[in-house]
Design a protein around this ligand. Structure first.
Ligand SMILES: Nc1ncnc2c1ncn2[C@@H]1O[C@H](COP(=O)(O)OP(=O)(O)O)[C@@H](O)[C@H]1O
Ligand SMILES: [Mg+2]
Length: 423
């Protein structure tokens, strides 16, 4: 038997999370059992490392082959110097529990620690992640819808278990084929139970909802599944256009400000330029998934209701598919107002870092007023992030949308992991 194989983990992977109210206790028990039975071994003794599949904020994922059995798998390695044992156990155990659903990476009952790393094994996603295929521009509508359908189901499942993913983004969606016929959600490093208090700004900035962007340290927010719904909608926008709708969901970001005004408007409000490439039905879907008030945000599964209607306005052909949202084919709105016209494809600027963006936001507007009518604070300054600030305009003119390519896909702007004590 493989030395890293854990019968307890095998048993756990075959059981489903219990009723929502017992989830916290169940996870604690599973973590405790896993911790007691975690084997110690040297990675190289057991596995041949073939290549690195990817790396993120918290770990490296390697394509490895078991020396005796020859099976290929993805090994997620987390350096001990940066990873609390408890954080590793939680991620692994949540991943195991979610393996029951086809919308999540299948986590194998293989986990171990070496002198320097914690590690666990998952099935290999042979086509990589969504980041790679979106960087060159938007995907064909049918492909986007396949992703939407599968991810909505995955979110529906985990939200039904009171789990909030907290890191829905392109690089955490793994592909089994490049046409997205089978996609799965991975990376449960930030996943917590609903109701857990979280600090200001954790997660990746363009995907963060306004209620999180406007949170002011030391305030905390009780985690809610609506946070994932917002990120899911931003991800869908990215898939359709190759751009993010904004750098940061705060009012100093002109694109977000325009979107917020549209959301608050009654019938007849002017649709902001980036959203005019979408049909009326798709606009309605986005407005529901991106409700400014988290209490009014639709569940992710709402996207299923819109799968049978067209999302993009007619005229978007293969040329767009090849070039992203270029200047052709968006009907009357092209050049002036389609995302192609505002998508900042040439800019090498990376995503706004948290500190830069929120400093910009606060400098621009002072204390920010939430659209919910209550005043909420700014984000936590000093979080680790990437260069740049909120871009309000290009050359003093029309503001630009950050392209997916301009955002370092594998860079998260999360703060230090939420202290264990808060979980
Ligand atoms: N099972 C897998 N198969 C193929 N590639 C993977 C797999 N798991 C992760 N990756 C790649 O590794 C990257 C980092 O993995 P992830 O679990 O998201 O780590 P982190 O917590 O550090 O973000 C992913 O974005 C993806 O590109
Ligand atoms: Mg990741």
């Amino acid at each position: 038997m493989c030395a890293a194989f854990s019968p307890q983990a095998q048993a756990a992977s075959e059981m489903d999370l219990p009723e929502v109210e017992d989830n916290a206790e169940f996870l604690e028990q599973l973590m405790a059992v896993t911790s007691r039975s975690l084997p110690q071994l040297e990675l190289q003794d057991q596995y041949t490392i073939i290549k690195e599949l990817g790396s993120g904020t918290y770990g490296n994922v390697l394509l490895a082959e078991h020396r005796e059995r020859g099976t290929a798998l993805a090994l997620k390695l987390m350096p001990k110097e940066r990873t609390e044992r408890r954080a590793f156990l939680r991620e692994y155990c949540i991943a195991l529990c979610l393996s029951a659903h086809a919308g999540f990476l299948n986590t194998l009952p293989i986990a171990f620690e070496s002198p320097t790393h914690f590690a666990f094994a998952q099935e290999l996603a042979p086509a990589g992640d969504l980041c790679a295929i979106v960087q060159d521009g938007g995907l064909p509508e049918a492909q986007v819808k396949r992703c939407a359908a599968q991810l909505a189901e995955a979110l529906d499942f985990m939200h039904g278990k009171a789990l909030v993913h907290r890191d829905i983004k392109l690089d955490n969606v793994l592909l089994f084929d490049r046409e997205c016929r089978r996609v799965k959600l991975g990376d449960f490093g930030l996943t917590r139970l609903e109701g857990t208090p979280v600090c200001a700004m954790s997660g990746t900035l363009p995907y963060a909802p306004p209620e999180l962007c406007l949170l002011e340290a030391p305030e905390t927010l009780e985690l809610d599944t609506s946070l994932d719904v917002w990120a899911f909608a931003v991800l869908l926008f990215c898939l359709c256009t190759g751009c993010f709708p904004w750098d940061v969901a705060a009012s100093a970001d002109l694109r977000f400000e325009e979107f917020g005004a549209w959301q608050n408007s009654t019938v007849g409000g002017q649709t902001p330029a980036p959203w005019r490439v979408f049909s009326a039905a798709a606009q309605e879907m986005f407005r529901r998934l991106l409700a400014l008030d988290p209490n009014r945000r639709s569940p992710a599964i709402e996207a299923h209701k819109y799968l049978s209607v067209a999302w993009l306005v007619s005229g978007r052909g293969e040329q767009d598919r090849d070039t992203g949202l270029g200047s052709q084919g968006h009907g009357q709105e092209q050049l002036q107002s389609g995302p192609g016209a505002v998508c900042d494809k040439a800019s090498p600027t990376k995503s706004s870092g948290l500190a830069g963006s929120l400093e910009g936001a606060q400098a621009g507007t002072g204390r920010l007023q939430s659209k919910l009518g209550k005043e909420v604070g700014g984000g936590e300054v000093g979080a680790e992030g990437v260069e740049g600030g909120t871009r309000r305009s290009r050359g003093g003119g029309e503001p630009v949308l950050p392209t997916v390519a301009s955002i370092s896909c594998h860079t998260s702007v999360s703060t230090a992991p939420i202290p264990i004590s808060s979980c």
